[in-house]
Write a protein that binds this ligand. Structure first.
Ligand SMILES: [Zn+2]
Ligand SMILES: [Zn+2]
Length: 152
């Protein structure tokens, strides 16, 4: 017979139950590297997005960069298609000149406390950039090493 069943007061069992409730109520431990301390979206000036993180790191993102890294399903598919093209041979991606005007942001809103949503000047607005994702695409060399090393 397990020890807790023979505990006449039942306290041990109760403690286990409380422990369980506690575990469910507690949010997952937050990675301070992915928790923003301040977020500035420079829509009017077009300067991009500046995020200061809880671990003291600061990231700057161009809107054009964020447009390229848009995490929505459509853009994901497009990126996969493009990378498939890039490997297909010399007649494909390299032949297309890129004279598009630099994409900027038309508007930006926060989504809950976990993401920002950006409407780009090319009309694209389905990209929701979670802070988690933003930190992992921080363009600096340190973050590339920390968050994207697996991809290389
Ligand atoms: Zn997208
Ligand atoms: Zn960084």
């Amino acid at each position: 017979m397990p020890a807790w069943q023979s505990d006449p007061s039942g306290r041990l069992l109760q403690r286990q139950a409380q422990g369980l409730t506690f575990a469910i109520k507690m949010p997952l431990p937050i990675d301070s590297r992915k928790k923003p301390a301040s977020v500035k979206v420079h829509v009017t000036s077009g300067a991009g997005v500046d995020i200061a993180w809880s671990d003291g790191h600061a990231s700057h993102y161009d809107f054009a960069y964020l447009r390229e890294e848009c995490p929505c399903a459509t853009c994901n598919d497009e990126r996969i298609r493009k990378s498939a093209f890039a490997g297909a041979g010399p007649a494909s991606a390299a032949a297309l000149p890129m004279f598009k005007p630099k994409t900027r942001a038309q508007a930006a809103t926060t989504v809950g406390n976990y993401a920002i949503q950006i409407t780009f000047t090319d009309g694209h607005a389905t990209g929701i950039f979670s802070y988690d994702h933003l930190r992992s695409i921080c363009p600096c060399a340190d973050c590339a090493k920390t968050f994207r090393a697996a991809a290389t």
